[in-house]
Design a protein around this ligand. Structure first.
Ligand SMILES: [Zn+2]
Length: 181
């Protein structure tokens, strides 16, 4: 079943079945732009969301980013809060206490870092400039780009409209040598 442009969205939804998955960079920017950040699990708002996630939902910041398709590189702190830098000794002590009690560091790296946020993956597809199957050097480059973004062989084959073995012949070799992120 070849992937047509209209069904690219379906690729995102299959990979992340949750309701609130950020699909565009603009949505992500808007989410972080306010005085506070809303918790998408319970709706409450916080200046530093990660402390709340750990304390109330037993979820690490990485797990939260993975679940809602937020980029790995963004801290879960509102823009206003980061700017005011009200990170007092008392607050730091409280954060340490929460981290200890919730075994935060045990959980911190559970989510696979290789998974890029869905909106980021969709941008990668748009930037490829997809055309019908072309078994050239530029085809190789497209496979490589998607591979580096964390797509599976099957997803790459669907996006580029080629057989899975055409993709895996290349990725098998790259996987052996490690991705270039
Ligand atoms: Zn919450």
């Amino acid at each position: 079943m070849p992937l047509r442009p209209a069904s690219r969205q379906a690729l995102t939804l299959r990979a992340h079945p949750q309701k609130h998955v950020f699909k565009t960079r603009r949505d992500v920017e808007r989410y972080f732009a306010g005085q506070t950040i809303q918790c998408l699990l319970c709706g409450r708002r916080f200046r530093r969301l990660w402390m709340h996630l750990v304390a109330k939902h037993g979820m690490s910041a990485d797990e939260y980013r993975e679940r809602f398709g937020l980029p790995w590189t963004r801290g879960l702190t509102s823009a206003a809060s980061a700017a005011s830098s009200g990170w007092t000794e008392k607050r730091k002590a409280k954060a340490r206490q929460i981290a200890r009690r919730s075994q935060f560091f045990k959980r911190a790296h559970l989510a696979p870092r290789r998974n890029f946020a869905p909106y980021h993956k969709m941008e990668a597809i748009r930037h490829l400039g997809i055309s019908p199957r072309t078994l050239t050097k530029s085809f190789e480059k497209r496979v490589r780009t998607l591979f580096d973004k964390g797509f599976t062989d099957r997803q790459i084959a669907r996006v580029l409209d080629v057989g899975a073995s055409t993709v895996s012949r290349r990725t098998k070799y790259w996987r052996h040598r490690g991705r270039t992120n």
